[in-house]
Write a protein that binds this ligand. Sequence first.
Ligand code: C6P
Length: 404
Amino acid sequence: MIDIKKVRADFPILNSTVNGKPLVYLDNAATSQKPQVVIDAIVNYYTTINSNIHRGVHTLSQKATEAYEQARIKLQQHFNAKKSFEIILTAGTTHSINIVATGFTSFLKKNDEIIVSAMEHHSNIVPWQMLCERTGAILKVIPMNNEGELLMNEYDKLLSHKTKLVFVNHVSNALGTINPIQEIIDKAHNVGAAVLIDGAQSCPHIKPDVQKLDADFYVASAHKLCGPTGVGILYGKEEWLNKLPPYQGGGEMIKQVTFEKTTYADLPHKFEAGTPNIAGVIAFGTAIDYMNKIGFDNIAAYENELLAYATKKLLAIDGLKIYGTSKNKTSVISFNIENIHPYDIGTIIDKLGIAVRTGHHCAQPVMDFYKIPGTVRASFSFYNTFEEIDLLYNALVKAKNMLC
Ligand code: C6P
């Protein structure tokens, strides 16, 4: 059970006003708000143990290193990786995907095939297109239906001995659809292909078990999970991470450097060149603890109630159409109101203190599929309330009356 009053008190920003109105933050799919414990973790780091990690023998450096590595272990436990060094600390989902896409350059040859889905975020399309340009590999797309669900029989037809990689988001950011990733992984493995799951949108709602899933790679961003921006993970199976070449060269990722030859450090350091976002990683660990204390089952149950309530309420508005109507979805509602541009709705309701995202949501192929320029996207988190959904409804009715 979510104790909503208690939970909301953890988030200082939820008490603020925007344009003279109480903030109603419904843009959680873009980024989540941060509880005080996460903010404190960042402040504590800089006020008590700020120093560089893995480098110094002095006490501060050792304390910072320990806190940083402790966060890695929390993340290992959360995602259930077998080894802590299978968790690479990155700048976020986009960075993690690019590490894998760049690393695969030497493994692919002309006419090898890569499969993505029709509902990917640009960060799970563009790096693979760039990989195809470098290697001559071919990008194939699993199509979707009007409800925003992947056509799994078409996926079956795309898979062959030519398929080397499959990349799919666990949850679509534009539609909220939860994709059948276990089936996608199992079928890809049957033809010998590796699978990367983009968990950017699923991680705030679903606790994944990467070993049970048997995912080859799983990526996520801290900022979707009540953690700071500019931090994320690349989970990779040990054998894959050992095979992949490093993405960036620099300090910390080496064993030995001479002008003739450099040898690389062991995992995870091979992929962690340079001074990382130390405070951000430590605060990511705090955010994971915070979310687990609330409990992902509690979060999912409460957000499902919010989703059902909001869906019913919004559909009562004449001319409102929801995009992404799969039964299996997270608390995201993408919609348009007939003859009104999403940007105009977003601008008007912002004046009423309501934050939603408008536009193509970095998923232009999804918008092209529905032949629309974009949508309004309201995305709910475990700290949102039913009253806030009522405020959204009232604001939309007001916007509609003003614009029609
Ligand atoms: N989606 C949204 O408003 P970064 O920016 O690297 O933390 O995450 C990129 C990313 C990758 N995959 C999916 C499915 C995503 O949703 C996102 C980020 C935000 O939908 C910001 S564009």
